[in-house]
Design a protein around this ligand. Structure first.
Ligand code: DGL
Length: 275
């Protein structure tokens, strides 16, 4: 008999908290178990094989802790590990368990957002190199032109709590300028990394007016709600007591301090090792 459990939310670090809070706003009755691989972040500069290996370990840990459904609240993991996990790992396991990514729900929203049909993606080097966004966009909306820019310094700025510092301005401006130089017709920019909403004030400051900045939480949470509605058998496997617990591969104390800044609440967190 399969035991219901919390919905697992995974990210390489704190970025997935931006997705988690939106999901909790929309689905407050569900239980959540968040795992941040803070000791090994960033993933964005790592190879395909390493991101797959680390993400698999994280997903297996969340499964072992009772989750039946895991959301990769990380674009890098969604781009580089999701397909392998779905096609190679899940068929070997209990077939009820599911893992979902966050690139597809973001792309689905694009049709209504862009008028010029020129879209920019700001993301980690790994996500840009994977071409996941352009490939997914071409499948759904072949008339949209896509241009990407890797922002390798943005995640370290967030993870080190330097997102509000003056130094951050330089790196934020540089990548927005680079992107708009590649294509000046862009009217919509996707923040294709879950850490980036934590730099939103600065991103807005350096983005010309009239260009829409898309963060993913709203679309991912709507898409999860819809998924649970369409899959009642999975919905039954998700417990609903409104709790949220946190796991980190870093020290619990460091996570507690940083996460409470992002989540504006005290968190119950435990440190674990992934293998
Ligand atoms: N937050 C992650 C993403 O959405 C990953 C950042 C990283 O670890 O480089 O891509």
């Amino acid at each position: 008999m399969i035991q219901p459990g919390p919905i697992g939310i995974f990210d390489s670090g704190y970025g997935g908290l931006t997705i988690l809070s939106q999901i909790r706003n929309l689905l407050p009755e569900y239980d959540f178990l968040y795992l941040g691989d803070n000791a090994r972040t960033p993933y964005g500069t790592r190879s395909f094989q390493v991101v797959y290996e680390f993400t698999s370990q994280a997903v297996n840990t969340l499964f072992e802790m009772g989750c039946q459904l895991v959301i990769l609240a990380c674009n890098t993991a969604s781009a580089k590990a999701l397909r392998n996990i779905q096609q190679l790992d899940l068929p070997k396991m209990d077939s009820q368990k599911r893992v979902l990514g966050i690139i597809r729900p973001t792309v689905e929203a694009l049709d209504e957002l862009t008028q010029s049909r020129h879209v920019g993606i700001l993301a980690t080097a790994g996500t840009i190199k994977s071409q996941s966004y352009p490939l997914e966009i071409k499948k759904l909306f072949p008339d949209i032109t896509v241009c990407g820019e890797a922002c390798p310094m943005w995640v370290p700025l967030v993870e080190n709590n330097e997102g509000q510092s003056e130094g951050a301005d330089y790196f934020v401006k540089k990548h927005i300028d680079n992107l708009l130089q590649k294509d000046s017709d862009i009217d919509t920019i996707i923040l294709g990394c879950t850490h980036y909403p934590l730099l939103l004030d600065k991103i807005r400051k350096y983005t010309p007016e009239g260009i829409k900045i898309v963060t993913q939480g709203e679309y991912v949470s709507q898409s999860l709600k819809e998924y649970l509605r369409r899959h009642p058998q999975m919905d039954e496997l998700c417990t609903k007591e409104g709790t949220c617990r946190f796991l980190t591969t870093e020290s619990a104390e460091i996570f507690r301090q940083n996460a409470s800044v992002f989540l504006k609440e005290a968190v119950h967190v435990r440190s674990i090792a992934l293998k």
